[in-house]
Ligand binder design. Structure first.
Ligand SMILES: NC(=O)c1ccc[n+]([C@@H]2O[C@H](COP(=O)([O-])OP(=O)(O)OC[C@H]3O[C@@H](n4cnc5c(N)ncnc54)[C@H](O)[C@@H]3O)[C@@H](O)[C@H]2O)c1
Length: 257
């Protein structure tokens, strides 16, 4: 148990959550990771909560947060990185059980964990929360439930920031662009995703690295961002900036001599 408190990272066993937990531990923070499929992060000082933790289950979240704080001390930082990707379909083929799954994990789960942790942070008048949204929540795409869920995450981030702003709790979001996680690379390898199509609309003509999202999250959790709450910070290699240029003939390859 630590006096300075812990940072809880949901979805911490893989991808952006794992990169963030690893970075925060390297920065000397006390990090506990939870996941629905818990696996330790080798060669890190992170602590694995060994029981499966389902962010979409209210009883599991409420009970799990109480048990984690009893075992490891107060949660002073929260990273809501657990999530599932959207299934890509024409609208006629959107299955409502898949819709419910994506909304339940990505939006409802983010709210459940943020509320369970944030209420206690507000009582203690100290804490920072970062929700992982997506550029998909700021644009449109054939991933109907996912875009709606991520737009909801951006919205609840503002609402929670206003809710707890006078209680010393900051709440922000990051919106990654296409990020080179193992899961994304598997999608590229299987042919479900096309790397060139993911890269070419971005200003920087590349994918985002998980560590780049982690750095933004670490900043939003740290006192360096003490005046920042309620924002959504895209970390997208310029996806939002570049994507509209197709209407004007596309992005320039390079500028200057
Ligand atoms: N990789 C990208 O390109 C990208 C882009 C934008 C946003 N995001 C978002 O970033 C977050 C992390 O995604 P990632 O790319 O690291 O994916 P990932 O699949 O590598 O990691 C997600 C983690 O969440 C866990 N998880 C899934 N459902 C859960 C549940 N119900 N309860 C607890 N844990 C659960 C998984 O087991 C996994 O460890 C997600 O919210 C995703 O939507 C990812």
């Amino acid at each position: 148990m630590t006096a300075e408190g812990i940072i809880l990272v949901t979805g911490g066993s893989r991808g952006i959550g794992a990169a963030t937990a690893t970075l925060l531990a390297e920065q000397g923070r006390n990090v506990v990771i939870v996941d629905i499929s818990p696996e330790p992060l080798v060669n890190t000082q992170t602590i694995l909560w060994p029981a499966p933790f389902d962010v979409a289950s209210e009883s599991a979240v409420v009970g799990g947060i109480a048990d984690i704080e009893a075992a490891h001390g107060p949660i002073t930082g929260l990273v809501n990185a657990a999530g599932v990707f959207g299934k890509m379909h024409r609208i006629e083929r959107v299955r409502m059980d898949q819709w419910d799954r994506e909304v339940n994990i990505d939006l409802r789960g983010t709210f459940l964990v943020a509320r369970s942790v944030g209420v206690k942070m507000a009582e203690r008048r100290h804490g920072a929360i970062v929700n992982v949204a997506s550029v998909a929540g700021m644009t449109s795409g054939p991933i109907h439930a996912y875009t709606a869920a991520k737009a909801g995450v951006i919205q609840i981030t503002q609402t929670l920031a206003a809710e707890w702003g006078r209680s010393g709790v900051r709440v922000n979001a990051v919106s990654p662009g296409f990020t080179r996680t193992v899961a994304l690379e598997a999608g590229i390898d299987s042919g479900a995703l096309n790397k060139k199509w993911l890269e070419s609309p971005t200003a920087m003509n590349r994918l985002v690295e998980p560590i780049e999202v982690a750095q933004a999250i670490a900043w939003l959790l740290s006192p360096l961002s003490s005046g920042v709450t309620g924002i959504n910070l895209p970390v997208d290699a310029g996806y939002i900036a570049g994507t509209t240029w197709a209407a004007y003939g596309g992005l320039p390859e390079t500028s200057g001599a």
